[in-house]
Design a protein around this ligand. Structure first.
Ligand SMILES: [Fe+2]
Ligand SMILES: [Fe+2]
Length: 130
């Protein structure tokens, strides 16, 4: 019983850390964008450096939790997600355009293209290596 509780507790700590580190990556990178916009380049650089550490922490916890399966399966799963993300961002762009939010619409468009590019990159990996 004690072993089971310890195991559950460690697993919970790992899951909490995956969530926490994931949130931190995005938050630090958003802070870095703000710093860039304010001309504070060194602040932005430092925040990005921390974000990369947090990303590495989250990735290691996810790996340790055994959440990464067969690489081909993982790539196929991520490809489906990127395709869905492309569609979702395209929808977001149309809604932002319709409500007159030009900057948001423009970024949805840019990000949608990125998702499409990610999908193409993953397809390429599947064709060449998997
Ligand atoms: Fe961390
Ligand atoms: Fe993506």
């Amino acid at each position: 019983m004690a072993d089971q509780e310890t195991k559950t507790s460690v697993e919970q700590h790992i899951q909490n850390n995956i969530k926490g580190e994931t949130w931190e990556v995005v938050h630090y990178l958003a802070m870095a964008l703000k710093a860039d916009n304010e001309g504070k380049t060194e602040v932005a650089y430092t925040l990005r450096s921390i974000a990369m550490d947090e990303a590495a922490h989250g990735a290691r916890f996810k790996y340790l939790a055994g959440e990464i399966g067969d690489l081909k399966d993982e790539i196929e799963k991520m490809l489906a997600g990127e395709e869905k993300a492309y569609e979702g961002k395209h929808e977001g762009m149309k809604e932002a355009e319709a409500s007159g939010q030009k900057e948001v619409a423009s970024f949805f468009d840019t990000a949608a293209h990125d998702e499409g590019r990610h999908a193409a990159m993953l397809r390429n990996l599947l064709e060449r290596y998997c």
